[in-house]
Ligand binder design. Structure first.
Ligand SMILES: Cc1cc2nc3c(=O)[nH]c(=O)nc-3n(C[C@H](O)[C@H](O)[C@H](O)COP(=O)(O)OP(=O)(O)OC[C@H]3O[C@@H](n4cnc5c(N)ncnc54)[C@H](O)[C@@H]3O)c2cc1C
Length: 369
């Protein structure tokens, strides 16, 4: 199973055990979401409201529309909370007073900081023990299949606590973050992306904790959280975001070198080390994701969708909007705006990765010793 899927199920398992410890129950069903919800509401007429977290991928938008229809058809209210991003994106866009959405990061970032300074939404205060749950175990034919159940019951990483990781990072590592985040031989970033993406901790909590524990140090870290919001914003506002491959002509590109890239056999140490790290651990630091994606699309001239699909299978923190943003931005920028593309591109990429980046290559891939 994919790294990110397994991670999601393990996180769901941790949540189920937290409910159990609080004397209640997390009900998990397997099947087509809207039809399951309909069956659940029919079986439990006391449920008056269905609450979900807003999500912006094409699949999620369609799923949530169908869930809403199923709820309303049975007289239950439907509420979608906009808490995936740090700034609620619809409110933010209205607040800016703009017609056209931002397409460039820096002006977006300036307004985003100003918006948060004025209107930061605080973290929800409810704990698992505050929530009332029902026992819906008798809904027939919708138990998790065995492999998914096993992944949910897998207690590897049981002790992982995103809140503890967050506090540890803010107290011990944030002071070095600006230098360390691109020094990929070190472990200088928070490693909270997977927890954020599967909803174990929210961006709001990160923002609040940074304000409490290290306000004077947090700017360059908040800038990275702004990138996350920027891609989520683009994914909502840009109607082509999930369809660039249909919009642009990729016919001049080809996949001849994709297998070498995927298997870490390009002969360029830093690329091979980065891909080896990904293949063996499900992780790759941000700067290496940028370099590996650029190398695939620009140097090897491979369509970005190959890299996108491969990262989807392998990244433990895979997220559709962020992965597509990271990968497609090079392509779109190259087609629309050369200056932005060049900004990310080393002047002579092959030379630069060959000369300057051997340390990481040796750490992650001993065959380069
Ligand atoms: C090609 C490519 C693919 C990517 N795919 C994903 C993906 O599938 N899932 C994913 O979560 N991130 C993705 N990113 C963004 C980024 O690489 C990761 O979020 C980051 O490496 C996570 O490490 P961290 O939690 O230690 O981040 P930190 O440096 O501690 O940053 C804090 C948080 O800010 C956000 N963030 C940091 N850098 C970026 C960035 N460049 N873009 C957007 N958000 C960012 C993340 O949510 C991160 O957890 C991708 C980037 C590229 C270039």
């Amino acid at each position: 199973m994919e790294h990110s899927g397994a991670g999601f199920l393990r996180a769901a398992g941790r949540l189920a055990r937290a409910y159990e410890a609080a004397g209640s129950r997390l009900n998990v069903f397997y099947g087509e979401p809207a039809s399951l919800l309909g069956r659940l509401l029919d079986a439990q007429p006391d449920i008056r409201e269905v609450v979900v977290h807003e999500d912006y991928t094409p699949y999620a938008i369609k799923r949530d529309r169908e869930l809403k229809e199923a709820a309303l058809a049975r007289g239950a209210a439907f509420t979608a909370l906009p808490d995936l991003s740090l700034a609620p994106l619809r409110d933010f866009h209205e607040w800016t007073g703009r017609q056209a959405p931002y397409k460039v990061f820096t002006p977006f970032y300036r307004q985003w900081r100003a918006f948060l300074a004025q209107r930061h939404t605080t973290v929800y205060a409810s704990a698992v023990s505050d929530l009332v749950t029902v026992d819906a175990a008798d809904l027939p034919d919708c138990a998790l299949p065995g492999t998914l159940k096993a992944a949910m019951d897998d207690q590897a990483g049981q002790a992982f606590d995103p809140e503890r990781r967050l506090r540890g990072f803010l107290q011990d590592a944030l002071a070095r973050y600006t230098e360390a985040r691109d020094a990929y031989g070190q472990d200088g970033t928070s490693r909270l992306s997977a927890s954020l993406n599967r909803g174990e901790i929210t961006a709001r909590r990160l923002y609040a904790a940074a304000g409490e524990l290290a306000p004077h140090l947090a700017e360059s870290w908040l800038r990275q959280l702004a990138w996350r919001d920027f891609y989520l914003y683009q994914s909502r506002m840009d109607k082509d975001y999930y369809h660039y491959e249909k919009k642009f002509d990729l016919s001049g590109l080809d996949d001849r070198h994709f297998a070498a890239w995927r298997d870490g056999k390009t002969g360029i140490p830093v690329i091979d080390a980065a891909m080896t790290q990904l293949n063996e651990t499900g992780w790759m630091p941000n700067r290496l994701r940028m370099i590996a994606a650029m190398f695939l699309t620009k140097n090897l001239r491979c369509p970005f969708i190959y890299g996108e699909r491969y990262f989807r299978l392998k990244l433990s923190d895979y997220d559709n909007a962020l992965n597509r943003g990271g990968l497609a931005v090079g392509l779109v920028a190259r087609l629309r705006c050369r200056a932005v593309f060049s900004h990310h591109e080393p002047r002579d990429p092959v030379q630069k990765v060959r000369s300057g980046r051997r340390l990481f290559a040796r750490l992650a891939s001993p065959r380069y010793d």
